[in-house]
Design a protein around this ligand. Structure first.
Ligand code: C2O
Ligand code: CU
Length: 457
């Protein structure tokens, strides 16, 4: 049936033409101040935040695989900002990195992002300007790309995990860029929150949940456990695992994601929990009461998601090796690094606030770490010669870990490299442009731990 309104729109198509390309309210992501209920207790006030459309997390963006997304960032903050679409293998010009792919968007200005989402999975978006402050204040949101065919589940729940440094009255402390934090484990907070959507009050025994865990914390590594749930990790960093892992816990460095498919196995009347484990203790971040038994019988536990486009490497032998040495920070072994082309001692570096280096360079180097042709693959062994873990993230690509026995890991966009450890990745250049490669402990990134890779068109 054609409504009168549509007929009129057709008749006046010419008059409407100037509207084409203008963002509808749904397409606006406005970076602005707001209030959020971070601490769920009436004893505390709401927390003043910076959020997309004023909320934390920002609006959930959810699209079907292969669709085109248009979002106009409107900056109503007092600082320049930008949006990076973390983990999405999109057009370089839309990657949101000031100084590399675009200029930061000044207060009062707008920037129109438009791209196609090639991969299904759990992604997120966040500010990529002064991110130590802007992400800590709440400028992030979920970006979910649905598989063409949904898997059989009862609830699809996302759990955004953040680490906040709050004052006594639940306000974000504004000690960003504190040199002690930058040179150590980063700006670790005193309050971990789980923002759950949709919010469930009860679940039923035998119900199957897809749980999308996203660590959006600046710097905190989280060991997350599921309790009263039995299942599998089916995807990491958005990408489906060829062989899902049966487990009830996962370690997530900053920016990492894990998708679980898990069945409620706890008894009726008991509680199902998602907890964070630290120093031998567990704290429940999420708890759902088991309020009955599902009419469905317990289901088959072999479940895999359809693979995203691209070919996985099964072997990295014979590939060119480009070593990366990570140095710096407090208690590190680095004696000095190049900064702005000049060799600097640790004391000078501290004064510049650039205390971490990759291959002896603190801060963004003029020359790329590697220049690759499309389709070329290299191995990057990353040696962490510092006293802290680092979560290395490559933009615009997913990479595979090369294990010591030569086998290859699943596709990831962020890899945690513990202190003293060497972890090796294989990167297949599949997306042309200049791509940032940096530590996603945002304090470390701000303090020099970044470089970039050029993929020639
Ligand atoms: Cu999640 Cu360079 O970013
Ligand atoms: Cu780091």
């Amino acid at each position: 049936m054609i409504s009168r309104r549509q007929v009129l729109a057709g008749a006046s198509a010419l008059a409407l033409a100037p509207l084409v390309g203008r963002a509808s309210p749904d397409d606006i992501l406005e970076a602005k101040t707001g209030l959020a209920r971070v601490v769920h207790s009436d004893d505390y006030p709401e927390t003043a935040v910076w959020g997309f459309n004023g909320s934390v997390p920002g609006p959930e963006i959810r699209v079907k695989q292969g669709s085109t997304i248009r979002k106009t960032l409107r900056n109503s903050l007092s600082q320049p900002t930008s949006v990076h679409w973390h983990g999405l293998r999109i057009d370089n010009a839309m990657d949101g990195v000031p100084g590399l792919t675009q200029d930061a968007v000044e207060p009062g200005e707008e920037f129109a992002y438009e791209f196609t989402a090639p991969d299904a999975g759990t992604y997120w978006y966040h500010s990529h300007n002064r991110s130590t402050e802007q992400v800590a204040r709440g400028l992030y949101g979920l970006f979910i790309v649905d598989e063409p065919v949904q898997i059989d589940i009862d609830h699809d729940v996302s759990v955004v995990l953040d680490d906040w440094r709050l004052s006594q009255d639940a306000q974000i402390t504004d000690d960003f860029g504190n040199l002690h934090d930058l040179a150590h484990a980063g700006r670790i907070g005193n309050f971990v929150s789980a923002m759950v959507s949709p919010s469930l009050t009860t679940v039923k025994q035998n119900e199957r949940l897809r749980i999308r865990l996203v660590n959006v914390a600046n710097d905190r590594v989280m060991l997350i456990g599921l309790h009263g749930l039995t299942g599998l990790i089916v995807a990491l960093d958005g990408m489906p695992l060829e062989r899902p892992q049966a487990t009830d816990h996962v370690v997530l460095g900053p920016a990492q994601r894990a998708d679980f498919v898990a069945d409620v196995t706890e008894d009726v009347g008991q509680e199902v929990m998602i907890a964070i484990h630290e120093r031998g203790e567990g704290y429940a971040l999420v708890d759902w009461k088991v309020g009955g038994v599902s009419a469905r019988a317990a289901r088959d536990t072999t479940i895999t998601l359809p693979q995203n486009p691209g070919v996985l490497l099964s072997d990295a032998s014979g590939l060119e090796v480009r070593e990366m040495l990570m140095e710096g920070g407090a208690m590190g072994g680095m004696m000095g690094a190049m900064f702005g082309g000049r060799r600097m001692g640790m004391r000078d570096m501290m004064q510049q606030g650039q205390v971490w280096a990759l291959n002896g360079v603190a801060g963004m180097p003029d020359e790329p770490f590697a220049t690759l042709d499309m389709g070329e693959t290299i191995r990057i062994p990353m040696r962490n010669d510092t006293a802290f873990p680092h979560a290395m993230h490559l933009h615009g690509h997913h990479f595979q870990e090369v294990f010591a026995d030569g086998t290859m890991g699943p596709l990831r966009d962020t890899i945690l490299v513990d202190r003293g450890e060497t972890r090796e990745i294989a990167v297949q250049a599949s997306n042309p442009g200049d791509w940032l490669l940096h530590c996603h402990m945002l304090s470390h990134q701000a303090a020099g731990m970044k470089t970039w890779i050029r993929v020639k068109a």
